[in-house]
Design a protein around this ligand. Structure first.
Ligand code: FAD
Ligand code: UDP
Length: 363
């Protein structure tokens, strides 16, 4: 019997396993996928680290978390600066003076602010109640129409008026010429990829892949004293109160015999006429100079039970339903639910690490 059965060898499960093992606990990690690392899995193809589940850029404001992850990898100085393509127009992201200059020809912050103020006044919005109103309020109608509406409705498969405002607050809007997508103090891509980080975290820990919890636990009901569960919380409870909503993705990856396909790691396609949301060219995360390149198109997809639930849809309806599952979870003294699916929360990697470290301090 192990002290901990860890369901999911993604970031949460691996940080937890690593720290629990350091404290002398015995752990068994299982994952239904054929590889470790969950959604941060990267794979070396011809010397290029391919982000198999979409672009992953590590960024944080939290110095202890930055120090923690640096124990497992050295990071390069990549700064995420996506380009947005709307029909034949190209704009810098996040919304900054370069974007405003391209959109309106303005050169100073005062000119840009005046246009946004005028467009905001025209909408009459005082207190934004949903994503559309929040976006119009923050950035005005032109930016909303060309850079937000199409992308967001593709990404979430919903009208912007039905989506919560907080999603768009993730994107900075600033009146300086600065294309850094994040406001955080620390940022980069790990040399050697993310999988290597997880390998280091799981060194010395027994891992069984292609192992689904529900089959495993039927055969081994007494495998561990406690279980750390990083899969979907509603699935764990057999969808007892109904399924939470998720958004899925389809990744289409292609090797191309060209050195440089799009000149940037991330190009977002913000119009509704293009079915994918973005193309990533993996080598640019590491300033690669290989003769060939690898690109991935990311297509949003409706979630159904046979597909990966990549994004929780944190609107009021789902958050209320999640609270019911959380109450059930809290009644289980032998379980810890963690990670993006266990906590049903849009968590970046730094927040996942912080949550796993918090869970360990309770041991
Ligand atoms: P996961 O990585 O999902 O791990 C959970 C694991 O549990 C999976 O491997 C799964 O197979 C396994 N599992 C589930 N159920 C079972 C079961 N019943 N039995 C066995 N195994 C099971 N974060 C950033 O900080 N920066 C970014 O740039 C960024 N970009 C992202 C882009 C995309 C497209 C997505 C989807 C996420 C992005 N994230 C980013 C978030 C990041 O992926 C997460 O914070 C992180 O991967 C969460 O780790 P986790 O361990 O909670 O979940
Ligand atoms: N977004 C947008 N246009 C863009 C990029 C993002 O409207 O070109 C919106 C969209 O609603 C998205 C949200 O901003 O869901 C957050 O974007 P982020 O890049 O943080 O999403 P993630 O990388 O987590 O998918």
């Amino acid at each position: 019997m192990y002290d901990y059965l860890i369901v999911g060898a993604g970031l949460f499960g691996s940080v937890f396993a690593c720290e629990a093992a350091k404290r002398g606990k015995s752990c068994l990690a299982i994952d239904r996928r054929s590889h470790i690392a969950g959604n941060i899995y990267t794979e070396d193809v011809k010397g290029i680290q391919v982000h198999r589940y979409g672009a992953h850029i590590f960024h944080t404001n939290d110095k202890p978390i930055w120090d923690y992850i640096n124990n497992f990898a050295e990071f390069n100085n990549y700064i995420n600066s996506p380009v947005a393509r709307y029909k034949d127009e190209l704009y810098n992201l996040p919304f900054n003076m370069n974007t405003f200059n391209r959109m309106w020809g303005v050169k100073t912050p005062a000119e840009a602010q005046a246009i946004i103020k005028k467009q905001r006044a025209e909408t009459g919005i005082k207190k934004p109640r949903n994503l559309e109103e929040q976006a119009l309020f923050l950035a005005g109608r032109d930016i909303y129409t060309k850079l937000i509406k199409g992308y967001t409705e593709k990404q979430w498969g919903m009208d912007c008026r039905e989506l919560p405002a907080f999603i768009i607050k993730r994107l900075p809007i600033r009146f300086v010429y600065d294309n850094n997508y994040f406001n955080d103090r620390f940022q980069g891509i790990p040399f050697g990829g993310y999988t290597r980080i997880i390998e280091k975290m799981l060194a010395g820990i027994e891992v069984r892949l292609n192992t689904d919890y529900f089959d495993f636990i039927k055969r081994n009901p007494h495998a561990a004293a406690k279980t750390v569960y990083t899969g979907a919380i509603d699935e764990f409870f057999g969808y007892k109160y109904g399924a939470l909503e998720y958004r899925s993705l389809r990744f289409e990856t292609e090797e191309l015999p060209v050195e440089n396909y799009q000149g940037n790691a991330v190009v977002n396609y913000t119009g509704s006429e293009v079915p994918y949301t973005r193309i990533i060219e993996h080598k640019h995360f590491e300033f690669g100079r290989q003769p060939d390149t690898i690109i991935t198109r990311e297509y949003p997809a409706a979630w159904e039970r046979s597909l990966e639930p990549y994004y929780p849809v944190n609107n009021d309806k789902n958050n209320e339903l999640y609270e019911k599952y959380k109450t059930l979870a809290e009644e289980r003294g032998d379980m810890i639910f963690g990670g993006r699916l266990g906590q049903y929360k849009y968590l970046d990697m730094d927040k996942v690490i912080a949550a796993a470290l918090d869970a360990v301090t309770l041991l």
